[in-house]
Design a protein around this ligand. Sequence first.
Ligand code: ADP
Length: 185
Amino acid sequence: MEFKVGNATLQLIKSDITDIEADAIVNAANSTLLGGGGVDGAVHTKGGPKILQECKRIRDNEWPDGLPTGNAVITSGGNLKAKYVIHTVGPIWRGGVHEEAKLLRRAYWNSLKLAAAKGLKSVAFPSISTGAYGYPTEEASRVAVAAVKDYLRAEDRIERVTFVLFSQRDFDIYAQTAKEQLMPT
Ligand code: ADP
């Protein structure tokens, strides 16, 4: 399913993000940058040890206390088809009254900003925060789609953003939100 946002395309697919060919895939990391479950586990398992080595270097050199929620950093794609992995930390859901939406928006925004700064044209996101971090998928989809839409309207260096949903249920939720917020192509 595809939508036009300015000159860019926003695409939704049901897939495994580690199989995606894009300039960058985004990892739903945690602040340690040292791996975890869900997307993070899959990225490091399939991507191989080079990604983790680069993450450790970033920890040592830039973020000794961990990457703050809403920030993003970039490594190579290791053995993945994607050229780069952007690691971002979404918020842990704590009822919705602890700036979760603002922090989730920032995670998407900063990932796109970093991709654009690197000259990348295509970026694929998972549904950040809706797994182990417990963010309700419907609420998260509204924040995610709005953040990407606003970003793509604000600047036009990124050509394609793909949401990669792992389950049919998540795909249906994101598709409904996208239809509400965007014009189909
Ligand atoms: P978080 O800790 O930010 O909640 P998770 O990785 O636990 O991140 O989950 C985020 C979302 O990604 C969940 O909807 C989960 O089902 C989904 N997911 C898990 N593995 C993959 C994968 N390999 N590709 C795409 N999505 C995935």
